[in-house]
Design a binder for this molecule. Structure first.
Ligand SMILES: [Zn+2]
Length: 66
């Protein structure tokens, strides 16, 4: 299981997908949604909305898990 590069929390598939989508598809280490929200200076809620948005677009980086 991949872990957050900053806080070492275990990552969900959607957190990895979000990191790839927002930062780099070629990334080989990832941040959790909390650290991503700090990195971008936005709320976790906004990032969760983005996951739903990308998933609804059919982006294969995201799954139905939470
Ligand atoms: Zn983290």
């Amino acid at each position: 299981m991949a872990k957050c590069q900053k806080c070492e929390k275990e990552l969900s598939g959607n957190e990895i997908g979000l990191h790839k989508r927002l930062i780099s598809r070629a990334a080989d280490s990832y941040m959790c949604i909390t650290c991503l929200s700090k990195f971008f200076g936005c709320t976790e809620e906004l990032l969760k909305e983005k996951i739903v948005h990308y998933r609804n677009q059919g982006c294969t980086l995201f799954t139905d898990e939470d």
